[in-house]
Design a protein around this ligand. Sequence first.
Ligand SMILES: Cc1cc2nc3c(=O)[nH]c(=O)nc-3n(C[C@H](O)[C@H](O)[C@H](O)COP(=O)(O)O)c2cc1C
Length: 299
Amino acid sequence: MENVSAWPYRKLCVGTTDSYTGMLSMDYLIRRTKAWKEVDTYEINGQRQWLQVATVKEKEIGEFLGRLKRELGENPEKNHLYGIQLNASCPSPEVIKLGQGSALVKRPTKVVNLINELLKQDEYKVGIKLRLGLNEEEVRQKKILSTLEELQKIDNPNFTNVTIHFKHARDPSYAAYNYFLLKEIASFKLPLILNGGIKSYADFERITKNIPNRKNIQGYMIARGALENPDCFKDYRRGDGKILPIRKLEDIGKEYEMYCNEHMPKSIYLTKTKKYCSWFPASLEIPETAKDEGKRSFY
Ligand SMILES: Cc1cc2nc3c(=O)[nH]c(=O)nc-3n(C[C@H](O)[C@H](O)[C@H](O)COP(=O)(O)O)c2cc1C
């Protein structure tokens, strides 16, 4: 989650198999050295960490991959990146105007080209996060299905993650989730992760129980539920029979502060986390945002 899921927050989310940085503009990563502070992939035991990027330009990707290699080579303590996820879901008009985020949903060829460029390395897995479309009309026309059809043709074992946020970009955040396309989406042989309105394993079970091709659905992603309670992943059945202990929200706050002291994120991450998370510790002071740290939010 943009300006929230820095390393201290991701580390709090015990029980999740995968975690993601917020969306970072590829252009920003290529041009600004300071952008790499947000690529804080220090080790987190038991978690596969993904870097989420936004771009619409194939030609940026080679440069980005070169820079990524250099940055992680020069900072071996951050060399715990598992995968790179392309954002095709951001609803911000500014991002859409650039042809990025959810503007990509209806562009199967472009999407496949971008993914193939990201796959021109074999150190990191590659994935994509899509919305159902840009607006209601695109959902009605089932634009996403053509893109999934093309993605299905990618024959590369490093393409391991197709996350779908079951809303279109014009849906307000309070709109109810509509999984009516799930049956059709699940018929694609793709490693699907479902997202939207899920707060627990029970929610995931309820949404998927009558889906015939459930084997294509590999898991679920929780966002707002994890802001409320980072322990929400602990009911995920990993098959190891272990029940993970649940923490008091106050203890979660203390742990967060401890992790921040280990790897302090930019101030904006603290400000946003405080805004969204009731457990944010009162004792954690937020340094005044330095001018050069100014960063916009698209979510
Ligand atoms: C504060 C905040 C920041 C977010 N930032 C991102 C982001 O950077 N990239 C992204 O793909 N989705 C982002 N999202 C959207 C969530 O990942 C997720 O798709 C959406 O909230 C629906 O899932 P939920 O019902 O579990 O919250 C953000 C959501 C919130 C609330």
